[in-house]
Design a binder for this molecule. Structure first.
Ligand code: HPA
Ligand code: ZN
Length: 315
């Protein structure tokens, strides 16, 4: 029924690899690594995927990521995501990974990087999916730790294309990371950041002016600030919007209230992405479907959104 949406060639520009960990794989990795889980089965875990806000989701997301221990685990995680992309005509991906989520648990940076990178390279060779990996700093941790993470990453400089900023937004404004972003940019890395998901438009201004980001992750609260909207339109700064994530985390009460199509019609370069598909109920095609069903997205609008994602690639 939604073949026309699935068939559109698309790029995914806002995807946390750790958020693509499906419950089935989570249980399989727990067994492989002999880790006890607090849920009896896959159904019990899925039943826990009910969130009132970003933090409730993050608590479970970090808990789930604990089953990722070996290079093979990170390979399997990434490969499973790429197979989904292949099935949905996602031809290019720029995924995030959160090294601090793993190094804090004693997993060496290179284990994470090698597993992910090997799968991405295989995805390119065997599935024809191109990629650019983005290293995301956790904003609930101090900038000093972001600096350490960047330092750990530099021997693998060629394996990633940019840095991002994610995790708990409220109370952790972009200005706290101005220096580490400057350092990353001086290494030739692109800068992106989550801003304006739960946080106010001021955080989007800071991300643009202080972190000098070239793309805004989420950014849906930009619509509260007319001057900001005008800038985003004038400069054609892309927004990586995640509709199912936004409704699951109660950024919008229901899809009928989402502002993505209003922004599209105003000339904002908005794109459709899945964020954490294992937790929010769908990959890119399901996000397009939700816009069609909940917001009346037309075929012409879907085509523009898909084209925007291809235009907004960093590589
Ligand atoms: N927002 C912030 N941090 C995240 C998200 C998100 O939607 N997903 C994974 N980490
Ligand atoms: Zn995100």
């Amino acid at each position: 029924m939604y073949d026309w949406l699935n068939a559109l060639p698309k790029a995914e520009l806002h995807l946390h690899l750790e958020g693509s960990l499906e419950p089935e794989l989570l249980f399989a990795l727990a067994e492989r690594n002999r880790i006890a889980l607090p849920w009896n089965d896959v159904e019990a875990l899925r039943a826990a995927y009910a969130f009132n806000n970003l933090q409730e989701f993050l608590d479970l997301y970090y808990r789930g990521a604990d089953v990722l221990r070996t290079e093979q685990d990170f390979y399997d995680l990434t490969w499973a995501y790429l197979l989904k992309c292949k099935a949905q005509n996602v031809v290019h991906v720029e995924p995030f990974f959160d090294p601090q989520t793993h190094t804090e648990r004693g997993i060496p940076f290179e284990v994470v990087m090698r597993g992910i990178k090997a799968a991405l390279v295989d995805g390119e060779k065997k599935l024809g999916i191109s990629h650019g990996l983005i290293l995301a700093f956790l904003r609930h941790l101090p900038e000093e730790q972001a600096f350490q993470t960047l330092e750990q990453a530099m021997p693998f400089r060629d394996a990633f294309i940019g840095v991002g900023l994610d995790s708990s937004e409220k109370g952790f404004p972009p200005r706290l990371f101005e220096r580490v972003f400057a350092k990353a940019r001086s290494e030739g890395l692109h800068a992106v950041a989550h801003a304006g998901e739960e946080g106010p438009p001021e955080y989007i201004w800071e991300a643009l002016d202080l972190l000098k980001i070239v793309r805004i992750d989420h950014g849906v609260r930009a619509s509260e600030d007319e001057r900001l909207m005008q800038r985003i339109i004038d400069e054609q700064i892309p927004l990586t919007v995640c509709p199912l994530s936004n409704t699951k985390l109660c950024v919008f009460e229901h899809m009928g209230q989402h502002n993505i199509l209003d922004m599209l019609e105003r000339g904002v370069k908005v794109t459709v992405n899945s964020d954490d598909p294992a937790y929010f109920g769908g990959y890119v095609t399901e996000n397009f479907m939700a816009l069609h069903e909940g917001l009346g997205m037309s075929e012409a609008q879907a085509k523009r959104l898909a084209q925007n994602s291809l235009d907004a690639r960093l590589v």
